[in-house]
Design a protein. Sequence first.
Length: 325
Amino acid sequence: MAMKILSVCVSQLALLFLLLNLANGQGLKLGFYNKICPQAEQIIQKTIARYVLRAPTLAAPLLRMHFHDCFVRGCDASLLLNSTKGNTAEKDHPSNLSLRGFYIFDAVKEAVEKVCPGVVSCADIVALAARDAVSLIHGPTWDVPTGRRDGRVSKISDILSNSPSPFMNITQLKQMFSAKGLDSKDLAVLSGGHTIGNSHCTGFSYRIYSFTGKGDTDPALDSKYIPKLKAKCKPGDTTTLVEMDPGSFRTFDTHYYSLIQKRRGLFVSDSALLNDPVTNAYITTAVASPATFFKDFAASMVKMGKVGVLTGNAGEIRKVCYKIN
């Protein structure tokens, strides 16, 4: 009887340690591939450079991919999985349809598979690609702990309750980030990723045409900025792209925070940063010290990259990134 109780306790402890491991990113380490595939990070960087240096605007979606992936089921490359006959995957959710560059991960995976078959995970490729893409456009760089494994599940139904949206207020955003082990500073810092990239009009047009459903505009948005946005986005426009950081959307800098100070953040989620003492204060810090923002962005990216990771024997190492083995 005592042995049976002991066995149950051991099993429960093993489960607890597994959960803690998944939650805290334990099992990741710098240089994970140094012995088993020493060329891995160099191959990934070289392949990403081949695309981003030719088309710098690809840096923004590659960064967004890592963010979107980590918030849903953790950083397990579930975002890269294709839908199947019996399941609609994350990438086919409306919020992910604007993502582009999936073919880049296919190219990277093919390159590393030629050298080290069955060794490098798609999840690590996503994390390293985000770092390399930002670095290539003269943004910050950071050391990426590796050792992630790939998830086998990707469900469109997981998006709504896990992924931050541009329509969220500050309370919703803080709750969403807190659920992933990220604090208010991380929220302010990672929002700075909006310094690069574009948005479809559908991400913000209601702010300029019918904020409360009565043909009004969002009072949190600079009234002098609204005519400029209306000139770019007509009612019902679903195809036009608008710069998230006008005049600086190809450059990784702190101009995004200057726009928020002027009440010209494109999304409700951008304007929301003014409504919390921590996030509001960080806006001032970032504008005053770009170097501080670069350092903080690197730290928050490392922290985010550990959310819900699969390590050890969990998950798998996919042969191709768009389907499970």
